[in-house]
Write a protein that binds this ligand. Structure first.
Ligand code: GTP
Length: 188
């Protein structure tokens, strides 16, 4: 029972928030790149997640068993400069992962500004589309809790879209599966 043979999830976030590390976790093990290099530009990469391909992985988990999910990552740091290059991706995506460095308090204002731009985008604003927030780097001592991140970003104002915030440590993988399970469940 394939509902969609391909769905697209966009991974957004500032530079250094952990997008590449998170994406690496969702790759098939033979495709994982061991070395992360800072990404310049707008589109990091695009691939099919290990969970969603050919029933080969995670077969116990029905959410994941029969779909091809295409994950695309976009670095929001180049937002203004590159916007016209990636904003057309919004039209065709079914879910968004928004990665936040929960220890980078200095840039919470920027994170909020970028998030607001995404939410207000004409291709997204009227759609019921789930947003997963990873409060990433939760292992770092000065990281903010989910409650504080949600308050800082004003997440309670997101009325029309289902959203969920999940603490993660992308290096160890902690929290990542829980988050994406929520997201995929919302999309189905
Ligand atoms: P750009 O490619 O610059 O857009 O960055 P990115 O968002 O893809 O971040 P990336 O995955 O390259 O991670 C940036 C740095 O943070 C790397 O040194 C990672 O090892 C580190 N990092 C990522 N996630 C975590 C985490 O959960 N905890 C800790 N302690 N470090 C992390």
């Amino acid at each position: 029972k394939v509902k969609r043979d391909k769905m697209t999830i966009l991974v957004l976030g500032l530079n250094n928030s952990g997008k590449s590390t998170i994406i690496n976790h969702f790759k098939k093990s033979n495709e994982q790149s061991a070395i992360m290099v800072p990404t310049v530009g707008f589109l990091i990469e695009q691939f099919y997640s290990k969970y969603f391909v050919n029933n080969k992985y995670n077969t116990n988990n029905s959410y994941f068993s029969d779909m091809g999910v295409c994950i695309k990552a976009i670095d929001m740091s180049g937002a203004t400069r590159y916007r016209n290059l990636w904003e057309h991706q919004f039209k065709n995506c079914q879910g968004i992962i928004y990665v936040i460095d929960s220890s980078d308090r200095m840039r919470f204002v920027v994170v909020k500004d970028e998030l607001d731009l995404v939410l207000q985008h004409p291709d997204l604003s009227n759609r019921i589309l789930p947003i997963l927030f990873y409060g990433n780097k939760s292992d770092l001592e000065d990281s903010l809790s989910n409650v504080k991140i949600a308050a800082a970003l004003g997440l309670e104002n997101i009325k029309e879209k289902p959203w969920h915030i999940c603490s993660s440590n992308a290096v160890s993988g902690e929290g990542l599966d829980e988050g994406i399970q929520w997201l995929v469940q919302q999309i189905r």
